[in-house]
Design a protein around this ligand. Structure first.
Ligand code: GLU
Length: 387
């Protein structure tokens, strides 16, 4: 067996999502808040465009990094919404954002190169670095300082082997966005280390609350050349099952990633790409979903914060509540199991994201509002029973 893969843990998101599904087979009252998956349907015009293209016979290989109309629409979006002036010839359309990350990391890393991952971090960055033969270097940001990025933390982790720094804002799991001050820290770091690439996972970029704005690092001209931006359709347009994402980078990274793409995937499905073009005409639907997430956030976090021993900072973006527990000395995994059995709410333990210093959990609030309210009240009752 491949020794690198034997070092890899299974995806904790997928483990807990399937655990909830298993439990629901015998107990339909179980509420699954482990996976970050919008409960909304994909907007009709996207589905109709794909169906039309499919029935028109768009069922053959579509050789290339993505159909020109879709790549042009992505380039326009990045330029207008994220201030990323990009060359559409350096956009690669991928099967989901996860694959864009996989390709980007493989394009950049050589055996033994180091990748800095800011923790808490989504569950798949580290395994992907391992798959690429790299060495993950987890930088534990401090929950007592709101997980702020500091120059000291970055410098302490950086060696001559560091080749890539992975960031994700709006952040999964903490819900923090990238503020200007921290973008400045990142920019200074990149300028100081000219051999380091920055991979910016911006999959939640359209889901930001309270009229705030999360900085896209590729909008910084001094470092843009070394920023690989990844985004997709899953979260913002409720298209998780379509597996549609993309990356944009400099020519060198693009060409390297595209070679691996050719040998592992050949190309993306044509009719799905035709559907995805319509996503850029769904501004109203995207905004409607965002507003509903904001209302759900306020309700869900509000109930959780009313529970003694439980605290949840208001997420600035994405659709996750990152919740701290100070109950009976229980750790993240114990609380997760306790709530799973006693509240019948399945969330994710904070340790899955590398947070070992404080008992915490992540709950997705991309579920129906009534279900979320029920889940929060059940968590409340279960914790009150403990105290
Ligand atoms: N990204 C989502 C999550 O964190 C979906 C599952 C996954 O791919 O990890 O829940």
């Amino acid at each position: 067996m491949n020794h690198r893969l034997s070092l890899m843990k299974p995806s904790a998101s997928l483990v807990f999502m399937s655990r909830a599904k298993e439990m629901q087979k015998t107990d339909p009252t179980v509420i699954g808040l482990a996976g970050g998956e919008p409960d909304f349907a994909t907007p009709d015009r996207i589905s109709m465009a794909a169906i039309h293209s499919l029935t028109e016979g768009n069922t053959h290989y579509v050789i290339g990094p993505g159909i020109p109309e879709l790549r042009a629409a992505i380039a326009k979006k990045l330029c207008e919404e994220n201030d990323i002036p990009c060359d559409e010839n350096c956009i690669l359309v991928t099967p989901g954002g996860k694959n864009a990350i996989y390709l980007a990391i493989h394009a950049v890393l050589n055996e033994g190169d180091e990748a800095i991952i800011l923790n808490p971090a989504w569950v798949s960055y580290e395994p992907i670095v391992i798959a690429a033969g790299g060495t993950p270097v987890n930088v534990k940001l401090n929950y007592k300082r709101d997980y702020r990025i500091t120059a000291e933390a970055l410098e302490a982790a950086c060696t001559e082997k560091t080749r890539i720094l992975i960031i994700n804002y709006p952040n999964n799991p903490t819900g923090r966005i990238l503020h200007k001050e921290e973008a400045d820290v990142l920019e200074t770091f990149l300028l100081k280390h000219p051999n380091v690439y920055l991979l910016s996972d911006e999959i939640y970029e359209r889901i930001v609350y309270d009229k705030k704005y999360s900085v896209s690092m590729a909008s910084r001209p001094a470092v843009a050349e070394r920023v690989i931006t990844m985004n997709g359709f899953s979260k913002s347009v409720a298209m998780t099952g379509w597996r549609m994402g993309y990356l944009v980078s400099n020519k060198e990274v693009f060409q390297s990633a595209y070679k691996l793409y050719q040998h592992s995937l050949s190309c993306m499905s044509g009719f799905l790409q035709v559907g995805a073009i319509e996503a850029f005409k769904c501004q109203r639907e995207i905004e409607d979903m965002r507003k509903i997430y904001e209302q759900r956030r306020d309700m869900f976090v509000g109930i959780l914060n009313s529970i003694p021993g439980v605290s949840c900072p208001k997420p600035e973006g994405a659709f996750y509540a990152w919740v701290y527990f100070d109950v009976k000395g229980m750790n993240s995994e114990e609380i997760c199991e306790y709530l799973l059995k006693n509240a019948k709410v399945v969330g994710m333990p904070g340790t899955a994201y590398g947070e070992e210093n404080v008992a915490c959990m992540r709950f997705s609030f991309a579920n129906a509002t009534a279900e979320l309210e029920d889940a929060a009240n059940r968590i409340r009752e279960a914790i009150l029973r403990l105290n």
